[in-house]
Write a protein that binds this ligand. Structure first.
Ligand SMILES: [Zn+2]
Length: 153
């Protein structure tokens, strides 16, 4: 139990580091990490501006890298840590990848699709729903975003 608690915190810490790095690049500060058996398979921050790719959200990039890493389109037994509640696109990708557990920081009433909006995992057309643990490091995640959007105005 203690062991898994520690892995949880490490995954989230790295996701926050990726989020801060994304913010420093001028991207929306969101970071994501894929972990399996206590090992980090992939980590990424948003790169939509840099890659000129509307799908280059942190979760999408981390899922792609993790799939490359293990040579499969399914991430069985893998957990995903992300600093913000995933959007509809990422929530669907997390389902397709068969992610076991989803840990996220701040909930996102405007763009989220897990607790907010379409609540994808509660939909009857969703064939795999991860176990969801929200509100991990929530205040740090919310501060990051607030700081970012304040500096834009
Ligand atoms: Zn997304």
């Amino acid at each position: 139990m203690l062991q898994s608690k520690r892995a949880e915190l490490e995954g989230m810490d790295l996701a926050f580091a990726e989020a801060r790095a994304a913010g420093a690049r001028g991207e929306v500060p969101v970071g994501a990490v894929v972990v399996r058996d206590g090992t980090i398979l992939a980590s990424a921050g948003n790169r939509t501006l840099e890659l000129r790719d509307p799908t280059a959200h942190a979760e999408m990039l981390a899922l792609r890298r993790a799939c490359e890493e293990i040579g499969s389109e399914r991430l069985i037994g893998c957990d995903l840590y992300v600093t913000l509640e995933p959007c509809p696109m990422c929530a669907a990708a997390i389902s397709f990848a068969r992610i076991r557990r989803l840990y996220f920081g701040a909930s996102d009433p405007k763009g989220g699709a897990v607790e907010n909006g379409v609540r994808l995992y509660a939909s009857p057309t969703c064939h795999h729903a991860p176990d969801v643990y929200g509100g991990i490091g929530e205040s740090e995640a919310a501060d990051l975003l607030r700081g970012f959007f304040k500096s834009r105005r």
